[in-house]
Ligand binder design. Structure first.
Ligand code: TXA
Ligand code: MG
Length: 373
C-alpha cells in the first residue's frame, strides 16, 4: 500500500483547539477533508495529538479495528482508546457517564485524559479488546480535534508505533514503523507533551489511575477527591496478575539495546553508570547513556560512549517530551547496552518513570547497593 504523506503547518503543535480561531479551524478542516473521508470509509490515518501520534480508524467499524491491530502487529486483546471531538458523542459509546466522569470531563477535556466507562452494546468488542468497558478521550491538538470533527465519527486510535516500540512524537517516527501499512500520515510536526494520556477507570469508586500521564494524581484529586493508583504502575506485575489496562502487561517502549536504569543520589548514579559502562565496554559492548543536561558532560569524558540528554532534570515536561525520541535515536546507533538515570516518582515523574521502567523491562540498579548487578 502507498502511504500518503500530508504536511500540516507545524505551528499547530503545542497549541490547544481552545485557542484556535474559527478562521484557522475552517482552513485546517479543508486540509483534512481527504483524511476525514478515508477514516469514514474504513481506512487508517495517523495524526498528531498533544500526547503522541495516534493511528486512527472508525471506532464502530470492526474491520477498521482489525486493520489497526494488523498494521501495528498488536495483540487484539489490547483495547483501543476512542477519540471524540464533542461530548455529545459520548452517548454513542458509553452506557452511562458517572458523576466523577462528568467532573473530570469539565476539568480536563479536551486534553490528555482518557476515561474508562461501561460500553454501549454497539461498540464492537474488536475495539475494546473483548472488554465491556470503553476508553474515551477528547484530544486538544488542533489537528486531531479538527480531523475527528470533520469525519463526524468516533475514532479509535492507539499510539502510531509498531507494537512494543517507543511511542511516536513526530511523523518520521510513524513513517519508520508504519509506512506502507496505512493510508495516510498527517505530519503536524513535534507533539507538545510526548507521553501518552493519563487513563482513569471511573467505573469503580474511588476511581483508579491505570496509566499515569500528563494529568497527575494530584491534579485529579484536586477535582474529585481520592483517586487510587493501580499497583501495576510502579511495580512489575507479578506472574499471572493481569493489570487492569491490558496494554500494561506487554513489553513496551523497548529500545533495541538492553536498557538498565540506575537509581540513587546524583553523584552515586553518575559513579555507578560510569563503572557499569566501563565493565560493559570491557566485555566488548557498545555503550549508550541516557543523561540529563546537568550530567551529560560527566559521561562525555569517554568519547566511545554514546551520550544523549533528555533535557534538564529540573524540567520534567521537557524530559517527558524528549524521552521517546531519545529512545528511538538510540535505535539509530549501534549501542548494545544502555544505562539511564532515573527521576523522582512524583507528579509528572510518575509517568516518566512508568515508561522508563517498562522500556527497561524493570531492570533497575540501586547505585548505593554495591552487590547488585
Ligand atoms: O495519549 C494517548 O492515549 C494516545 C493518543 C494517540 O491518544 N493513545 C494511546 O493508545 O496511548 P494506546 O493504544 O497505545 O494505549 C491504550 C492503553 C492500553 O494500555 C490499553 O490496554 C488501555 O489503554 N485501554 C484501552 N481501553 C481500555 C479499557 N476498556 N480498559 C482498560 N484499559 C484500556
Ligand atoms: Mg501505545
Amino acid at each position: 500500500m502507498d502511504t500518503k504523506y500530508i504536511k500540516i503547518p507545524a505551528s499547530f503543535g503545542g497549541r490547544s483547539i481552545r485557542d484556535v480561531s474559527e478562521e484557522e479551524l475552517e482552513q485546517l478542516k479543508r486540509q483534512l477533508l481527504e483524511a476525514a473521508e478515508i477514516l469514514k470509509s474504513g481506512g487508517l490515518v495517523a495524526f498528531p495529538t498533544e500526547t503522541v501520534y495516534g493511528l486512527g480508524g472508525d471506532a464502530k467499524n470492526p474491520m477498521a479495528a482489525q486493520k489497526i491491530y494488523a498494521a501495528k502487529g498488536r495483540p487484539s486483546d489490547n483495547p483501543l482508546i476512542v477519540h471524540i471531538a464533542r461530548t455529545d458523542q459520548l452517548k454513542g459509546l458509553a452506557a452511562e457517564v458517572p458523576e466523577t466522569a462528568e467532573k473530570l470531563i469539565r476539568a480536563f477535556w479536551p486534553g490528555p485524559l482518557t476515561l474508562i466507562l461501561r460500553k454501549r452494546q454497539d461498540v464492537p468488542y474488536s475495539t475494546t479488546g473483548g472488554l465491556d468497558t470503553v476508553a474515551v478521550r477528547m484530544p486538544e491538538h488542533p489537528v486531531a480535534w479538527a480531523l475527528i470533527d470533520a469525519s463526524g465519527i468516533a475514532v479509535a486510535a492507539p499510539s502510531a508505533n509498531a507494537s512494543g516500540r517507543p511511542s511516536p512524537t513526530r511523523a518520521e517516527h510513524v513513517a519508520e514503523d508504519l509506512s506502507g501499512k496505512i493510508d495516510v500520515i498527517l505530519d503536524g510536526g513535534d507533539v507538545g507533551i510526548g507521553i501518552e494520556s493519563t487513563i482513569v477507570d471511573v467505573t469503580v469508586k474511588p476511581s483508579v489511575i491505570l496509566r499515569p500521564g500528563y494529568i497527575t494524581k494530584e491534579m485529579l484529586e484536586a477535582v474529585d477527591g481520592r483517586v487510587d493508583l493501580d499497583p501495576a504502575i510502579t511495580e512489575k506485575p507479578a506472574e499471572g496478575v493481569r493489570p487492569k489496562a491490558p496494554g500494561m502487561k506487554y513489553r513496551h517502549y523497548a529500545p533495541r539495546a538492553e536498557l538498565t536504569l540506575v537509581a540513587g543520589s546524583r553523584s552515586k548514579v553518575i559513579e555507578r553508570i560510569c563503572r557499569e559502562a566501563k565493565k560493559a565496554q570491557s566485555e566488548g559492548h557498545i555503550v549508550g547513556i541516557i543523561a540529563t543536561d546537568e550530567t551529560e558532560s560527566c559521561y562525555q569524558k569517554k568519547p566511545e560512549w554514546i551520550v544523549k540528554s533528555v533535557g534538564s532534570g529540573k524540567n520534567l515536561p521537557a524530559v517527558a517530551r524528549n524521552m521517546f525520541r531519545v529512545l528511538r535515536e538510540f535505535d539509530q546507533t549501534n549501542a548494545e547496552v544502555l544505562f539511564a538515570e532515573t527521576f523522582p516518582e512524583e507528579e509528572l515523574g510518575q509517568a516518566i518513570m512508568n515508561r522508563l521502567k517498562k522500556a527497561a523491562g524493570y531492570r533497575i540498579i540501586q547505585a548505593e547497593n554495591e552487590d547488585e548487578v
